[in-house]
Design a protein around this ligand. Structure first.
Ligand code: ADP
Ligand code: MG
Length: 441
């Protein structure tokens, strides 16, 4: 199949061929014609499966081929949860529109507001933004959305998680007209919170669910290691990053302080590492990402600020120094490797503090997630026992008036989870598969 078979302009196809992209991926094959036909889309497919082009291609095609609703307002608005991701989407877009007269701007938090106002006055066709700063411009009316044709949310569930509901409502209200088309993309959309959001944003969406959020990623080898305490984790970390097969590696920690500490530690061992945390200035954040993408250093240590969307094909390993609290973030973190058909390795260190997260992830993935050991570095920690249900106090039982004995209910056998295949549903009518949120522990 070629991109032109999907309705994509030959010029764009040639542009893609320059980047070595010749065959559409699954998500592109389904989303591109659906978007070109004007439908709203709710699309879920695995990390690294090519979602960015799945929404950029129809967007660019539309701007090239169709008449604008408004000469001044942006025609396409793409919202991404982090500055790093927005920057990356912007970079891909720039490659696609090179040689055309399409104008695109990036509106990120942490950058000069007045410069952004100037850039917006230049009537760009595309605006790529993080939600907070976008809302600031909407409030100040330096950006109008009444002519917006295409509204796209990349990593849509994360935008919600970040608590941008008010901003989303504002965007939705300001661009509320009959002709607006809206596309939501992520690897993890199938949960109730997102469902509520999408009901407000999308009109009769076509659902393109190519994989379930909790489905195993066949290109990522996952392994877990038990760790007694911080020192033990550090020893394991050093062991793993020194392995020969490690190309570039991303290490995720729970806190910003740990990113800096581990960076110092690894550098003191002669390994080139840098910490990327949300409290750095915007230009510093971009500098670090840029240097990492140029492979100027080997190890990036970060928090969930970089768990989503980042696409660096030289990343062979992801190490969870601490486990994320939310199971979806685990899926996204490990998805920084094993992208675009490459193989990757994800290693997670699980100490006593990580145990509740481990249980949540394990239940989300419906998987045993076996533990492995490293010779010479095995510890004592073997996991925490499940809390026993509280036994009723016998004394209380006696004091209480005897209530009518409730018929004893047999514990319902747990329903086996529906097999997670990839039913292709682009009709948008069938209900989505639901999963239960892992219980808070
Ligand atoms: P996702 O958003 O689904 O996680 P990305 O859009 O970041 O994935 O794409 C992952 C990688 O795959 C990128 O490096 C991208 O350039 C590459 N890619 C995208 N589409 C294709 C394609 N059709 N053929 C080959 N590589 C592709
Ligand atoms: Mg993406």
């Amino acid at each position: 199949m070629h991109f032109t078979d999907l309705g994509i302009d030959t010029r764009l196809e040639t542009q893609l061929a320059h980047q070595g992209i010749t065959q559409p991926t699954d998500i592109q094959a389904h989303a591109v014609p659906t978007a070109l036909a004007g439908h709203d889309i709710f699309a879920q497919s695995k990390t690294g499966s090519g979602k960015t082009l799945a929404f950029l291609l129809p967007a660019v095609q539309r701007v090239i081929k169709q008449k604008a609703l408004s000469k001044r307002d942006p025609r396409v608005l793409i919202v991404a949860p982090t500055r790093e991701l927005a920057t990356q989407v912007f970079t891909q877009l720039r490659l696609l529109i090179a040689g055309t007269n399409i104008k695109a701007v990036k509106i990120l938090g942490g950058e000069n507001f007045n410069d952004q106002i100037k850039a917006l006055r230049n009537d760009p066709h595309f605006v790529i933004a993080t939600p907070g700063r976008l809302a600031d411009h909407l409030t100040q009316r330096s950006l109008q959305l009444s002519g917006l044709e295409l509204l796209i949310f990349d990593e849509a569930d994360r935008i919600l998680d970040l608590g941008f509901t008010e901003q989303l409502k504002m965007i939705n209200d300001l661009a509320d007209h009959r002709l607006r088309q809206t596309l939501l993309f992520s690897a993890t959309l199938d949960h109730a919170q997102v469902d509520a959001l999408s009901r407000n944003l999308l009109k009769k969406p076509k659902q393109i669910m190519l994989s379930a959020a909790n489905e195993q990623h066949s290109d990522i080898k996952q392994s877990l290691y038990l760790a007694d305490h911080l020192d033990h984790k550090e020893a394991l970390l050093e062991h793993f990053v020194k392995q020969e097969d490690v190309g570039q590696c991303i290490i995720f920690t729970a806190t910003r302080a740990d990113t800096a500490r581990l960076s110092e530690l690894l550098n003191s061992k002669g390994l080139k590492a840098q910490a990327l945390a949300g409290d750095l200035t915007q230009s510093k954040r971009l500098d670090i990402m840029d240097a990492f993408s140029r492979e100027n250093f080997k190890i990036l240590i970060t928090t969930d600020v970089a768990s989503r969307g980042l696409d660096l094909l030289s990343v062979t390993h992801v190490i969870n120094f601490d486990l994320p609290k939310h199971a979806e973030e685990y899926v996204h973190r490990i998805g920084r490797t094993g992208r675009a058909g490459f193989k990757g390795t994800a290693i997670s260190l699980v100490g006593p503090k990580d145990w509740p997260s481990y249980k949540a992830i394990k239940s989300f993935l419906n998987d045993e997630l076996a533990f492995h050991t490293v010779e010479g570095l095995t510890g004592k920690f073997k996991g925490l026992r499940d809390k026993k249900p509280q036994v009723q106090n016998k004394v209380n039982d006696k004091v209480k008036p005897k209530a009518k004995a409730a018929p004893k209910r047999k514990a319902k056998p747990k329903k086996p989870q529906a097999p997670i295949k990839a039913p292709l549903n682009i009709d948008g009518d069938a209900p989505m598969r639901r999963r239960k949120k892992p219980e808070q522990e």
